[in-house]
Design a protein around this ligand. Structure first.
Ligand code: SF4
Length: 438
C-alpha cells in the first residue's frame, strides 16, 4: 500500500484522533479491569481470524487496569482509547471486511447518532467495499421528535409564567412555525439545561412559577428523567413537571425491519442504549426477520469489529445478536435503571418523525406521578402541524436515502440555518454528513 491508499488515510485519521475527556460515557473500562474485546483485537489482527472471538468472556487484560484509579483517570482513558484506535488493527479489520463482503449489495444501518458521528469522523463510509452501504437510522432523539411534540412545547412556552427547560439541541429544532429558541428570543422564558436535575434547581428557586422540563431521549436518558421525577416527589416540588416525549429503540427497529422500501441486512446496535437494555430486546431481529445485529462501542476498532462481525454473519447465513462492547454493555443491561424507569413511566403509542405512529414505542408518566406530567397539567391548544417543505428527514431516518440525496442538503439547509431536525443536532445524520463531507 502507498500513502495514498485510503486504508492508510483512515488509519492515520484513527491514530491522530483526539482522546475524549475522562468521564465520557465511553470510559467504562476505568471501572472495569477487563477489556471486553481485547482478545478479539489480537485475533482480528490477522485477516483470517474468527470474529467469534469477539464473544470471549474472559479476555486478557490490556494491562491498563492495574494502573486504574481515581487519581489517574486521564492516563487510563488515553491508554484505552489508544488501544481501540490501533492503526495496524484498523487496517486488518478493513481488509477483513473487504475479504468477506463479496460482491452482493449489503446494507448495514447504524442505529445511534454517536455511531453516525464516529463513522463520519473516521471516514469509514469511503473505505467500505463499493457494495457495502452504511446507512444512518433513527438514533438521534432530537431528530425523531415529531413536529407536533415540538409545537406542544412551544405552546407551553407561551403560557404566562411558565419556564420551559430542555437540552440545547432541542431549542433550535424548528417546529411548524417557530422553535423554542425563537420563543426565547421573543421574550418567553426558555432555558437550556445540561441535566433534568438543573430543572429541579430552577423549580426550587422559582416556587411561584411552573417549571416544565421537555424530556427527550431513548433508554439511556430516561432513567435520569425518572430519577428527577422521584427527586421532585421527595422534595415536594409541586411546580415541577415533565413533558415526556421519550421513546424506546426496539419498536423503531421493528418498524424499519418491516419497511418494504428499506432493506437492512444488519444492524450496528447502539452502545449507550444497550448499557441500559442489555442485548436481549434485539433478539426479535433474528427470530422474526433473520437480520443479525452487533452492539458496538464508538472507537474505530469497535465499529470496524462490529461491521466485520455483521458481514461474517451475513456471509455465513447464520444471524445472531452479538455484543462487541462488553467493556460497556452487560447481556442483561442495567436492571436498576430499568426498574426506576418502570416505576415512573409506562409504554404508550407515539409518533416518530419519519417513521409515523409506532405502537408501544413511547414512555408516558404513570398516573401515580401525574402531578409531574405536564401533558396532564397544562391543556394548551397546539397549532396544526406543518412539516418543513422539501425536507427529507423522514426518508433519511428510515435509511431510504442518504442526506446528500436531499435536494436541500448543504444549500437551503445547513447547520447554521437548518430546515429539518436532522441538520440541527450534532448527532443528526444530515449534520454529521455535512460536518465530515470532505
Ligand atoms: S438536509 Fe436538511 S432538509 Fe434535507 S433531510 Fe436533512 S435536515 Fe431535512
Amino acid at each position: 500500500m502507498t500513502t495514498r491508499d485510503p486504508k492508510n488515510a483512515v488509519a492515520a485519521n484513527v491514530a491522530s484522533a483526539p482522546t475524549p475527556r475522562a468521564g465520557n460515557s465511553n470510559v467504562a473500562p476505568a471501572s472495569n479491569p477487563r477489556i471486553g474485546s481485547a482478545s478479539a483485537m489480537a485475533a482480528m489482527a490477522t485477516p483470517n481470524s474468527n470474529t467469534d472471538t469477539v464473544s470471549a468472556t474472559t479476555p486478557p487484560s490490556l494491562g491498563i487496569a492495574e494502573t486504574a484509579g481515581p487519581t489517574n483517570t486521564t492516563a487510563d482513558a488515553r491508554a484505552v482509547f489508544d488501544a481501540f484506535r490501533d492503526p495496524a488493527l484498523t487496517r486488518a479489520l478493513i481488509e477483513r471486511i473487504h475479504a468477506l463482503a463479496g460482491d452482493r449489495p449489503i446494507n448495514l444501518m447504524e442505529v445511534c447518532g454517536t455511531h453516525t458521528v464516529s463513522i463520519g469522523r473516521y471516514g469509514f463510509r469511503s473505505i467500505m467495499p463499493a457494495n457495502l452501504h452504511l446507512l444512518s437510522g433513527p438514533g438521534c432523539p432530537v431528530c425523531v421528535t415529531a413536529n407536533q411534540d415540538i409545537d406542544r412545547a412551544i405552546a407551553l412556552a407561551r403560557v404566562d409564567g411558565v419556564i420551559i427547560t430542555t437540552f440545547g439541541d432541542m431549542m433550535r429544532v424548528p417546529g411548524s412555525t417557530s422553535s423554542l429558541a425563537a420563543e426565547k428570543a421573543a421574550g418567553h422564558d426558555v432555558r437550556m439545561v445540561y441535566s433534568p436535575l438543573d430543572a429541579l434547581t430552577i423549580a426550587q428557586e422559582n416556587p411561584g412559577r411552573p417549571v416544565i422540563f421537555m424530556g427527550v431521549g431513548f433508554e439511556t436518558t430516561t432513567p435520569t428523567i425518572a430519577a428527577a421525577i422521584l427527586e421532585a416527589q421527595a422534595r415536594d416540588l409541586q411546580n415541577f413537571s415533565v413533558l415526556s416525549v421519550h421513546k424506546t429503540t426496539p419498536p423503531a427497529l421493528r418498524a424499519i425491519a418491516n419497511d418494504p422500501q428499506t432493506r437492512i441486512d444488519g444492524f450496528i446496535l447502539p452502545g449507550h442504549v444497550s448499557t441500559i437494555t442489555g442485548i436481549n430486546p434485539y433478539r426479535f431481529l433474528v427470530d422474526d426477520f433473520g437480520i443479525p445485529g452487533v452492539v458496538t462501542g464508538f472507537e474505530p476498532v469497535d465499529i470496524l469489529e462490529g461491521i466485520a462481525s455483521l458481514v461474517e454473519m451475513i456471509d455465513s447465513g447464520l444471524p445472531e445478536i452479538r455484543n462487541a462492547y462488553r467493556r460497556g454493555v452487560n447481556e442483561d443491561g442495567n436492571p436498576v435503571a430499568r426498574q426506576m424507569v418502570e416505576q415512573v413511566f409506562e409504554p404508550c403509542d407515539v409518533t416518530w418523525r419519519g417513521l409515523g405512529p409506532i405502537p408501544g414505542s413511547g414512555l408516558r408518566i404513570r398516573p401515580a406521578f401525574e402531578t409531574f406530567d405536564a401533558a396532564k397539567r397544562f391543556d394548551v391548544p397546539v397549532e396544526p402541524t406543518v412539516e418543513p417543505r422539501g425536507c427529507r428527514c423522514g426518508d433519511v431516518l428510515r435509511g431510504r436515502i442518504s442526506p446528500p440525496e436531499c435536494p436541500l442538503f448543504g444549500k437551503a439547509c445547513t447547520p447554521a440555518d437548518p430546515v429539518g431536525p436532522c441538520m440541527v443536532s450534532s448527532e443528526g445524520s444530515c449534520a454529521a454528513y455535512h460536518r465530515f463531507r470532505s
